[in-house]
Design a protein around this ligand. Structure first.
Ligand SMILES: C[S@@+](CC[C@H](N)C(=O)[O-])C[C@H]1O[C@@H](n2cnc3c(N)ncnc32)[C@H](O)[C@@H]1O
Ligand code: SF4
Length: 406
């Protein structure tokens, strides 16, 4: 077995056992677009502004690298499975425009092919979209759009360094729906310093007015090394408060549920199973996916690897015929079991009780007594085995519950 973070082989090859179940589980392709117009102060994603990149990399050189990586993926996987899901994320994929996003999807189609009902998502920043943009990417084959709204309150957007106006995300979501997108997501961030309960209420009103079928809401994480972390350290802004975050989560869940958007993962709500993000479900259920692009992570049959982060290094390696993988790890059976508990417990469908060892099952029963896991789900119905499903209070303490069960 390889120790964690072993060097990845330059040809990108995978151990034969990892390839055995390929195509039997859903297969996803993630494409990382590492470009943003400006850097938001809270964000530590692997993304770069044109000024930061200078002449070292551009969307053109990145696309060339991406095509090479997808060719390499097809070689490594032998007979590559058709993609059930494609997710173009970032960064800011909408900066690529209709033509750039069409080229990305064509490259995925040419190497993997898509299943007949493939879900094809692109993330987009509201300010770099238009009615024409949505019509163009719908024609190109995208089926789902995820928009970074974050908030509808102007002062909250200012703290987050967002450049769109408060009304733009709703307008963009409506344009997307008018262009034929049935599946549209809005991302919210809650707990930003200075955000009041009524600011979040206004954001939720906007979300509901947009008529979307999916919402992701994330508690603001203060990432080390970001401008936001420095501002908090200097005392210019207060750090997010855990009690406030819990209250805000309850507010979101209450408002969305009342309008028919129900949680299916701790941070995700949707109007029904056909609106669930199948690509993300693939991550949460331990399926296979190839992550292409700088810094992208992949997982195939218990092998996880991740690419070099800088776009210039990424394209350089591929131009020399090498894999862009920086390192990889082979997950042991125990690693995979622990991951399964960590990810499935966050789903509304929960985790089968009998998947836990005896100590874990004891902890699960104690968590029911403490109101953290749902007693009815634990008891099982109609011959269905019991499942560990978080209660609303359990969702607020999901990480702590998970730690007890693994
Ligand atoms: C990395 S962004 C990419 C999409 C797009 N560039 C955007 O900003 O809308 C995906 C989502 O991650 C969330 N996110 C990024 N950094 C975060 C942080 N520090 N805390 C909480 N959520 C964060 C935001 O909601 C964002 O919409
Ligand atoms: S939050 Fe989105 S737009 Fe802002 S820097 Fe991060 S990836 Fe770019």
């Amino acid at each position: 077995m390889l120790p964690n973070g072993d060097p990845a082989p330059p040809d990108g090859s995978l151990p034969e056992p990892a390839l055995r179940g390929l195509g039997k589980r859903p297969f996803g392709v993630y494409v990382h677009v590492p470009f943003c117009a400006t850097r938001c102060g809270y964000c530590d994603f692997n993304t770069y502004t044109a000024g930061e990149l200078g002449t070292s990399a551009s969307p053109g050189s990145w696309l060339e690298g991406l095509r090479r990586e997808l060719d390499l993926a097809a070689r490594v996987l032998g007979t590559p499975p058709r993609a059930d899901t494609v997710f173009v994320g970032g960064g800011t994929p909408s900066l690529l425009g209709i033509q750039g996003l069409s080229s990305v999807l064509d490259a995925v189609r040419d190497t993997f092919g898509l299943t007949d009902d493939a879900e094809v998502t692109t993330e987009s920043n509201p300010e770099s979209t238009s009615a024409e943009f949505f019509a163009g990417i719908r024609d190109a084959g995208y089926t789902r759009v995820s928009l970074g709204m974050q908030s509808a309150a102007e002062h909250v957007l200012a703290v987050l360094d967002r450049t769109h106006t408060p009304g733009r995300p709703v307008a963009a979501a409506r344009e997307a729906r008018a262009a034929g997108f049935e599946h549209v997501n809005l991302d919210l961030i809650y707990g930003t310093p200075g955000e009041r309960r009524e600011d979040l209420a206004e954001s939720l009103d906007h979300v509901l007015a947009a008529g979307v079928d999916h919402v992701s809401a994330y508690a603001l994480i203060v990432e080390e090394g970001t401008a936001l972390a420095r501002r908090i350290r200097r005392g210019e802004l207060p750090a997010p408060d855990d009690d406030v975050l819990a209250e805000r989560y309850e507010q979101i869940d209450e408002v969305l549920s009342a309008q028919g958007l129900h949680w299916y993962e701790v941070s995700n709500w949707a109007s029904g199973p056909d609106a669930w993000c199948r690509h993300n479900l693939g991550y949460w259920r331990g399926c296979d996916w190839w992550g292409a692009g700088p810094g992208a992570h992949s997982h195939v049959g218990g092998v996880r690897w991740w690419n070099v982060r800088h776009p210039a290094r990424y394209t350089e390696l591929l131009a020399h015929g090498d894999s862009p993988a920086a390192a990889r790890e082979l997950l042991s059976t125990v690693d995979r079991q622990v991951e399964r508990v960590m990810l499935e417990l966050r789903l509304a469908d929960g985790l089968a009780v009998d998947f836990l060892d005896e100590a874990g099952q004891r902890q699960a029963r104690a968590a029911v007594e403490e109101g953290l896991l749902d007693p009815a789900a634990m008891a099982g119905v109609n011959g269905r085995f019991g499942r560990c499903v978080l209660t609303p209070r359990g969702r607020l303490l999901a990480d702590a519950v998970i730690r007890r069960l693994v």
